[in-house]
Design a protein around this ligand. Structure first.
Ligand code: ADP
Length: 726
């Protein structure tokens, strides 16, 4: 922006503009204009007019209202070009180019960009040259000439030296990111996005910060790092709302909706899409709207709310027809066909599928085609034409693979198996059922992983794993036992429900509890620091209680999360030499062992099948407990024994500590169960619960025997691995 700062209050206006407080900027600029007109200062009056036009352009760009473009036009039109001074003319050209770009008047936008470029070149004005080139880039963008746009942006950057014009550089980087996103080439976005963030934060340029943040979200989404993507989109969203940058707000909501859909979180996805449609309708272009309606329809379809689904597919269709967006018309028709099949309305389904098919002939292999071919398969099957149905399905598999529509591909396998079974062709039915089982299982696994990622952490209890195992087994059996279909479906449902529970727990633990706690903690500290000198001793003690409580709660939550995530990830069981495990554990505990003079004696231990990190944790928890719960004034003695049984190894860790009463022997393995006050023995009551889970994961058992007052022995067993001897 080149506004000459003749008047100091113009500087304020510029700052407001940079911070995108557009109303304040407009007020200041208007005041300056009034003063200039009073003083008959032509130059100043022109420069403030150009500035006002620029502000209106920005407003129009943010909220998409024609009324702002009209105002910008009025102001620009009131300027007599021949009376603009040398310093003002470049800015005038640039603003005009921006205005026409926004109005999508490519010819005029190009003309003024060129004028600005020639002028800056003549004056050897680097900033002007770069701005004019970027104005030309906008023109290329309007013409969808992305390669040219990228080349020119890169060229414009070569004019800028290391520390020159950082804001302009940021603008160029943002443009480049926008181009790369259009080209679906995401590599550079990370570097440029971060660079823009740094610059815009340093100079308080909030608009570029918002755009860069959102670009980074796109980058991470393409790298399937949905967690980071969501964080960036939310951060961009928050700020775009503040400055009423509606167009970007809408974009952020759409991006969030899409990511949540990929994370198989229909509620969140819907709520974001719906927010866009309801609140930001005026900034959405119709092509985007048709896509959003289609996506909403799809989510409802997956959720089996067919009425809502139909409503949205129809909306998508109507709009797509209005704007002649063939690809989306075909997709909406294919979806409506699919929906009608689902509702057994085969007459309707046929008419939709036929209409879609007509359009699809010219479109090649697109998503709509993969869906529509399935419609035809169902229709053929319905009319008893088995051969055609099979042909369609086989073609459907190929197309679905090409357009990467996994759900559709899986549906093809399922139907093939069903149709062959109806025909009593069990060999083929068997083959496709196997394929279906395999793909469906993969898909469910992926879905499950993403849902869990959605909440950052897994609550992978043994119980849930068993359900998944049951499902896996059911899937395998299903190939042989075609008739067991219903059972699998029930198992699938249970899995979904289990996932739902996992998500809820993880969510509560990671967000709902930790965040407010962090807040209490930090504000207590702030208050305490601020008033420390004025507080009497009692109050200081109270503060201490609060901080202490917060810390304990935090430890409990950490423990809880640790418990929830034991054995997370698909680690395989490996051969582990327990002697090594014990050595690691002794090394970790050497301070405690040294301080308490603990005597530890161990048999030679076997090698078993397990997960190294979990086994170390098991030994460490048990040995540190054996030391912690020692009898006062007695030196702790720990004995580790190993016994080989017919099918398993039995390991025991015996101590001479305080022992455990008979009635508590089961309870201590339950999370948060402790038998002592925190002041007697520190702890959270999570250690043994974790041990219990670890042993479940290894396929073994754990229990305790104890003589109260004399000591305790913790026993645990490992199944003997085949072919390994100790
Ligand atoms: P924490 O040690 O954090 O309290 P744990 O889950 O490890 O939590 O243990 C639960 C409870 O079991 C302890 O509070 C203690 O009362 C009892 N306990 C565990 N190990 C021993 C032991 N070796 N001797 C006596 N009591 C024990």
């Amino acid at each position: 922006m080149i506004i000459q700062s003749i008047n100091p209050s113009l500087k304020n206006a510029k700052i407001s503009f940079l911070q995108k407080d557009l109303n304040a900027a407009l007020d200041s600029a208007q005041t300056i204009l009034n003063q200039a007109e009073e003083n008959d200062s032509l130059d100043e009056s022109i420069s403030s007019k150009i500035f006002i036009a620029k502000i209106y352009c920005t407003k129009g760009r943010y909220v998409g209202g024609d009324q702002y473009f009209f105002k910008a036009f009025e102001v620009l039109d009131s300027i007599d070009e021949s009376s603009i001074n040398e310093r003002g003319i470049l800015d005038f050209f640039l603003t005009k180019s921006e205005f026409y770009s926004l109005k999508k008047d490519v010819g005029r936008a190009q003309k003024y960009a060129e004028l600005a470029f020639q002028k800056s070149q003549k004056e050897d004005n680097t900033s002007g040259i770069v701005q004019s080139l970027l104005a030309k880039v906008e023109v290329f963008m309007l013409r969808n000439q992305f390669t040219e746009a990228a080349d020119l942006t890169n060229k414009s950057l070569t004019f800028l030296k290391e520390k020159e014009e950082p804001i302009l550089k940021a603008k160029a980087y943002n443009l480049l990111c926008k181009i790369r996103i259009k080209q679906q080439d995401y590599n550079e976005i990370l570097e440029y996005g971060k660079e823009v963030l740094a610059i815009s934060q340093e100079y308080g340029d909030i608009e570029k910060e918002i755009i860069a943040t959102s670009n980074l979200g796109v980058y991470y989404a393409t790298r399937l790092d949905y967690k980071s993507a969501i964080e960036y989109f939310y951060s961009s969203l928050e700020k775009s709302k503040v400055i009423q940058f509606d167009r970007q707000t809408a974009q952020n909501l759409i991006n969030l909706g899409t990511i949540y859909a990929r994370l198989f979180n229909p509620q969140e996805s819907l709520s974001n899409y719906q927010a866009v449609v309801e609140k930001y309708d005026q900034v959405l272009v119709d092509t985007t709207k048709t896509i959003i309606f289609n996506n909403i329809g799809n989510i409802h379809f997956e959720e089996k709310s067919y009425e809502e689904s139909k409503k949205h597919f129809q909306k998508s269709l109507a709009l797509a027809e209005e704007i002649k967006y063939t690809e989306m018309i075909a997709l909406a028709l294919a979806h409506l066909g699919k929906l009608s099949c689902e509702e057994n309305d085969f007459g309707m389904a046929m008419s939709y599928a036929d209409r879609a098919n007509e359009l699809l002939e010219d479109l090649g292999d697109v998503n709509a085609k993969s869906i529509n071919i399935l419609n035809f398969a169902k229709l053929a099957h319905h009319s008893g034409d088995f051969e055609t149905a099979i042909l369609h399905l086989k073609e459907g598999i190929e197309i679905s693979k090409k357009v990467r529509n996994e759900e559709n591909e899986i549906a093809c396998y399922r139907l093939l198996a069903e149709f062959y079974k109806d025909k009593k062709d069990f060999e083929n039915a068997f083959q496709f059922k196997s394929l279906y089982a395999e793909k469906q299982e993969d898909y469910l696994k992926k879905q499950r992983n993403r849902q869990i990622l959605d909440q950052e952490i897994t609550f992978a209890t043994r119980e849930k794993e068993q359900q998944i195992e049951a499902l896996t087994q059911a899937n395998q059996l299903q190939a042989m036992l075609l008739k067991k279909q219903e059972e699998v479906e029930r198992a699938n449902e249970q899995l979904t429900q289990a996932n739902e529970e996992l998500k809820q727990f993880a969510y509560v633990a990671s967000h709902d509890l930790k965040e407010p706690l962090r807040m209490i903690g930090s504000y207590t500290q702030i208050i305490n620091r601020k008033f420390a000198s004025e507080l009497d001793e009692n109050t200081q003690t109270y503060f201490h209680y609060v901080t202490d409580g917060v810390e304990r709660m935090n430890n409990l939550l950490d423990g809880l999360l640790k418990y929830a995530t034991v054995g997370r990830g698909a680690q395989e069981l490996k051969v582990i030499d327990l002697n090594d495990t014990l050595l690691i554990c002794q090394a970790n505990l050497r301070l405690l062992i040294g301080e308490t003079k603990t005597k530890l004696e161990a048999d030679k231990l076997p090698s078993i099948l397990g997960i190294g990190s979990l086994l170390s944790q098991l030994f460490q928890n048990l040995i540190s407990n054996a030391i912690k719960f020692r009898n006062k004034d007695t030196i702790p003695e720990i004995t580790i024994r190993s016994e080989e049984k017919e099918t398993e190894y039995l390991i025991s860790i015996k101590d001479n500590g305080i022992g455990i009463k008979e009635e508590y022997k089961e309870r201590i393995f339950v999370i948060f169960q402790r038998l002592h006050a925190k002041t007697d023995y520190e702890g959270t009551g999570i250690g043994l619960a974790i041990c219990h889970k670890i042993m479940q994961r290894m396929g073994g058992k754990i229990w305790v025997e104890s003589e109260y007052g004399e000591g305790s022995t913790f026993f645990f067993t490992f199944p003997k691995p085949v072919g390994i001897s100790s």
